[in-house]
Structure formats: structure tokens, C-alpha cells
Design a protein around this ligand. Structure first.
Ligand SMILES: [Zn+2]
Length: 148
């Protein structure tokens, strides 16, 4: 188990481990850059589970890194998770007029890629070479996407 400080993009370092005796386990991880601390608490059953898996908290026997995976997803979300699909095949697909690009820029970041994809598919399906605000309006009405 590893924790990553999302702000600093640093792996947090294991700091302390307490086994109070009632079966609960507490482990703290500190970010070496900003000093942020996260603590891991497990109940007796979870402690058993972790122990049975041979996991040494703070040691070298470590399971996959769920936090890094989550972080990866979050990062991808920030950077337009759907954009990649939208850019694929660019060059032969419909163009975006500058007005349409401006309008697209006002779409919230996290859905922009998806919205872009929808308009691109719409334009491709209809053989539209350039996406303009007028095309976007028509697409919205036809596809029932009011508000996008
Ligand atoms: Zn940090």
C-alpha cells in the first residue's frame, strides 16, 4: 500500500505504525515535500486480512497501488479524459470554425472532450466539413442536448 501526495506528485513516506493491542492498526504516511500526513486505520478484521496477505506496512512487501490508480484517473479527468478519442483521426474529420472553438472553450473542462466528440460524430455522420455555431445549434436541437 502506498499513498501519493496528489499536490506534489510524490510518494508519501511511511511514518509510524501503531498496534494498540485491540486489533486495530494505525499507519501514517507523510509527504516529504509538503508535510501532509494521511493515516490508515483498519479494524480488527481488516488487520487480519492485511496480515494474512503477508503485507508489511511500511515494508517492502507491498500490494498494487490503488491510490496511484485513483490519482491517474483524477489526473486524466482534469486533462480531458475524452479528448484523446476526440483528436483521433484529426485531419480528415470536420474542422472547427473559430467561433465554434470559442463556444467549445466555454464548455466545462470535464465534459468538453465528450461534447466535442458528440459534435464531431454528428458532423461526420452528415458530411459536414466545418463545425460552426449554427451546426452546433442544429446538432443540439436534433440530439436533444440543450445546455451543452
Ligand atoms: Zn505533498
Amino acid at each position: 500500500m502506498k499513498f501519493l501526495c496528489v499536490e506534489c506528485d510524490r510518494q508519501m513516506q511511511f511514518e509510524e505504525r501503531r498496534l494498540p493491542g485491540d486489533g486495530t492498526l494505525a499507519a501514517a504516511f507523510r509527504c516529504p515535500t509538503c508535510g501532509r500526513v494521511v493515516a490508515l486505520l483498519t479494524n480488527p478484521m481488516e488487520t487480519q486480512l492485511v496480515a494474512s496477505l503477508g503485507v508489511k506496512i511500511g515494508g517492502t512487501t507491498l500490494p498494487p497501488q490503488p491510490m496511484e490508480m485513483v490519482r491517474g484517473m483524477v489526473t486524466t479527468g482534469k486533462e480531458n479524459a475524452f479528448d484523446e478519442a476526440g483528436e483521433r483521426g484529426e485531419g480528415k474529420g470536420p474542422r472547427w470554425s473559430s467561433e465554434a472553438q470559442e463556444r467549445l472553450a466555454r464548455v466545462p473542462n470535464f465534459v468538453r472532450g465528450m461534447v466535442k466528440r458528440i459534435y464531431l460524430d454528428y458532423a461526420k455522420d452528415r458530411g459536414i466539413a466545418e463545425i460552426t455555431p449554427a451546426v452546433m445549434d442544429t446538432a443540439r436541437t436534433e440530439l436533444g442536448l440543450e445546455g451543452m
